[in-house]
Design a protein around this ligand. Structure first.
Ligand code: ADE
Ligand code: ZN
Length: 322
């Protein structure tokens, strides 16, 4: 199947971190604009560091590089670049994660982030875009609750709240009160779970956070009862195969759990996660998956349809995009 056929598939991206779309060239441009010096000679040297061995080894570089994001214009330019790429890939709708705490702790006000995102989305010729702020789980529930205080005045700008960052040793359950308060304010939950962490974190995300989607979730296969529940409740998994390979979750894409997730009757969407770091945007992900597993165009179109139906768009808008 050629790239044009992949691009033509109506699809949504439901798992992309806007900070993970920061290409090395833009990072250097923003560093210059903000009078900062990066600890890399150039974008070639920076790219050469993208040899990750774990989620943490990636996060260390990722949180460092995002220091170039300082002003509303920086967040606007980052988001504009992603939306342009998304449009070229045939994405009709994107639900975009961002990490408010990673910027607040560097002194960047929430208003600068939101002004930048808003300007880019308003000026874009598509796709439509929703925002999902994520709490950094390794900073704990207290810090998440403080962040929620800052987010709630802008609750109508968000589709949901999420949970991300270093998973191992940071289970979802302690964040129950944070997500209950967000839910009371009209913000549903999504959560990274079962990426590096155990299947029990997926279960906790469902039971304690009332997560409406599970980001990654591939480790759910270790618990057959949990798989039955995910299938029965049609909880979408936002799976990111290239990310899982780049962070060492699986050695090769051929070994990815994707076919087993589908065989178990799970609701699976395909996503890029941090495309500037993991070797491809969403059309690349679709292409790798189709080639690796020999999926035909009907199967690939089904992934696209599932992604639109798993979005937070109103049903009538989903129908219009399909
Ligand atoms: N933040 C950005 N990418 C992430 C990932 N793959 N897992 C957890 N947190 C993240
Ligand atoms: Zn992610």
């Amino acid at each position: 199947m050629d790239r044009a056929e992949i691009v033509d598939i109506p699809k949504a991206e439901l798992h992309v971190h806007i900070e993970g779309t920061l290409e090395p060239e833009l990072a250097f441009l923003l560093a210059r604009r903000n009078g900062l010096t990066l600890p890399y000679a150039d974008s070639t040297e920076l790219r050469a560091r993208y040899a990750f061995t774990s989620l943490q080894s990636f996060l260390d570089l990722y949180y460092g590089l995002m220091d170039v994001l300082r002003t509303a214009e920086d967040f606007r330019d980052l988001t504009t670049a992603y939306l342009d790429k998304a449009r070229q890939d045939g994405i009709r709708h994107a639900e975009i994660f961002f990490d408010p705490q990673a910027h607040l702790r560097r002194g960047v006000p929430l208003e600068a982030m939101l002004e930048g995102f808003g300007a880019a989305i308003a000026a874009s010729e598509g796709p439509s875009a929703y925002l999902i702020p994520c709490f950094l789980r390794d900073l704990g529930p207290g810090a998440a609750m403080d962040t929620l205080d800052e987010l709630l005045p802008y609750a109508d700008r968000f589709a949901a709240v999420g949970l991300d960052s270093a998973e191992a040793g940071h289970p979802p359950e302690p964040f129950a009160d944070v997500f209950a308060r967000a839910r009371a304010a009209g913000l549903p939950a999504v959560a990274h779970a079962g990426e590096e962490g155990p299947s029990d974190y997926v279960r906790q995300a469902l039971v304690s956070l009332h997560a409406r989607r599970i980001d990654h979730g591939v480790r759910c296969l270790d618990d057959p009862e949990l798989v039955l529940r995910l299938a029965a409740e049609q909880i979408p998994l936002t799976v990111c195969p290239l990310s899982n390979v780049m962070l060492g979750g699986v050695a090769r894409i051929e070994e990815h759990a994707l076919p087993r997730l589908l065989a178990a009757g799970l609701t699976v969407t395909l996503n890029s996660d941090d495309p500037a770091y993991f070797g491809g945007y969403l059309a690349d992900v679709y292409q790798h998956v189709a080639r690796t597993f020999g999926y035909d165009i009907a199967t690939m179109r089904a992934f696209g349809e599932t992604s639109i139906r798993a979005s937070f768009l109103p049903a009538a808008e989903q129908q219009r995009l399909l």
